[in-house]
Design a protein around this ligand. Sequence first.
Ligand SMILES: *[C@@H]1O[C@H](CO)[C@@H](O)[C@H](O)[C@H]1NC(C)=O
Length: 415
Amino acid sequence: MKLKQRVALGTFCGIVFFVYKWKEFQDFDKNVKQETFSFSEESIVDQDAIDAEMSRISMNIEKPAMKSNAWEVAKNWIHPRLIYPQNHPQLGWILNQAETSKIKKADILPKGTQLKMLVYLEGNQKAVFKPKRYERDFQVPGKAWNGYDRHNAEIASFHLDRILNFRRAPLVTGRVLDFESEVIPVAAERLSNTFKIVDGRKCFYGVCYYCNEEEYACVDENGKMEGSVTLWFPEDKKLEKIRHPYQRTYNDEKKAKWETDEEYCNKYVKKIEPYNKGNRLLDVMDTAVFDFFIGNGDRHHYEIFKDTPDAMLLLLDNAKSFGNASLDDLSILAPLRQCCLLRQSTYDRLVFLRNGLLTKLLAEAMKNDPIAPVLHESHIQAIERRMPIIFQTIQGCVDKLGKENVIMEVWKGQE
Ligand SMILES: *[C@@H]1O[C@H](CO)[C@@H](O)[C@H](O)[C@H]1NC(C)=O
């Protein structure tokens, strides 16, 4: 190549490179200008705050001085918009009581569709026992509402509720029952009528909508039955059941309104009580985030405390979650995507928990549960994978409506 040609080629390359870089710079500049709102800016890692969270989330099971009855303590925690306090040095002790207290009586619990037992714990506390039906690594086939209840999902969901700082789920722990000595002697007759022996193991099939003789839960090779124990609310806290505005039809042939109309929230939900202003719709948004994390597509109804002004949406019955770790069902996020609202404190919390802290705290919270490891690794990864999807959904809303119209602590309603 001649010198002239080399110079020409070099100059040409230089120009191409310059134009390319200049274009990149312009695009970059455009992005910065367009983005009125960026998540990464707000994610400041504060090691002290993380350490404080870690110690808040980990459990201490020691009995506190001056406290006698764990159930009384838990009962006094309940407020119209919170079930338990943010800093709860006695929580570990209360859960430990639920794991170890003598069972005075075991009975059927005909309410609901799923196999469970009602147990009366010493010291006058009712609780719901949900037996293990699947191994941890079993991926439940089908949709995000199929399969049996998952006892471990109930436990993990409770801890997620703590970590997200919602505090709207009842207290739950794992428990391993010795069926022979802890259940059989105290079983009510209508429960023992559902006992059977399969392959030499003791099993029960209970009484409920879907309960039948062929679908039972059995003890393991050591005669133990693993399950979750959910503390019952005090008798004076009556519940009211409400149809979820994003209820599914559970019928492939027939779509719900929200599935065919992206304006469903603006046109209908935001206009009707109790969603037209105040806390309830923001609670529904929190619940969508919560359910997306846990993979629960089955919240067709929800409960609130009856006759309670400004009652919270309770996160009861989370056992249809953590079924298929590979499935991110975006329809669970439909309320968030369509209503485009999120409570400021929830948003701030998510910003704090992104980048791995959420699952780190979850592992810390559950490591001493009697049935640990509570979740299979695939579900932990699923939670991490779902976090950016939630942020993308929020970002989509912010791009469309502006941050001040999406993220707020108080929803004043449509003007
Ligand atoms: C779990 O979900 C994924 C993604 O939808 C799917 O490909 C897979 O078949 C599901 N697993 C089971 C066991 O159904």
